[in-house]
Design a protein around this ligand. Structure first.
Ligand SMILES: [Zn+2]
Ligand SMILES: [Zn+2]
Length: 199
């Protein structure tokens, strides 16, 4: 499935720089949505459990997944397992079905030897990688067939318990910050926020 240029540009804007890993996430997220037959999440219809971590190459993958699926940190429908693996599970919370998607090991091992990653290894920030190095990598990522780089599980049942939203906030008795009540704690008989509670 091709990625419309406008969508790609919006995703790069959101992400902050051009790199190969973010568009890989875009394509992987799109494929997972296609397999589940779902639309982009407006609220919490979808949920992503990402196996990526932080401080490793290609973590940008998750921004592509977030952008295209609509699963975002603010809506709390994305979570990270910090397993440092290039994989994620997309859950259709309405129909309680899911699919796990990972980058094929042979593809990703090769990608880690790309001139882009080599420059990153030498400490070059992604935004300073010359376009003549980035462009052929991007062209390849945007045009290669999915079966070349994506490993898809079968769609499986994923029971999903809806968590009720919390809409009531109370001022902390110490600092005065309005705090949603499910995070309030008791200190000396008063309701306080987590940092003021000291526990
Ligand atoms: Zn990136
Ligand atoms: Zn407080």
């Amino acid at each position: 499935m091709g990625i419309p240029e406008e969508l790609l540009n919006q995703a790069f804007f959101f992400h902050g720089h051009k790199c190969p890993a973010m568009p890989l996430g875009l394509r992987a997220g799109l494929k997972a949505m296609e397999v589940l037959g779902v639309e982009r999440s407006q609220d919490k219809e979808l949920h992503v459990i990402s196996e990526t971590g932080k401080g490793h190459a290609a973590g940008c993958f998750l921004d592509g997944i977030m952008f295209v699926t609509g699963c975002t940190y603010g809506k709390s429908n994305v979570e990270k397992l910090y397993w440092d693996k290039m994989a994620f599970t997309l859950i259709d919370t309405v129909n309680e079905r899911a699919v796990r998607v990972s980058l094929k090991p042979e593809f990703f091992a090769k990608a880690l030897k790309s001139p882009f990653v080599e420059l990153r290894r030498q400490g070059v920030p992604p935004q300073d990688v010359p376009p003549e190095i980035l462009k052929p990598l991007l062209d390849n990522i945007l045009s290669m067939p999915e079966e070349q780089f994506l490993k898809m599980s079968q769609v499986f049942d994923q029971p999903w318990q809806k968590r009720p939203g919390c809409f009531t906030a109370v001022p902390c008795a110490i600092c005065g910050d309005l705090t949603f009540e499910k995070a309030l704690r008791v200190k000396g008989g008063r309701l306080v926020c987590i940092p003021c509670s000291g526990y």
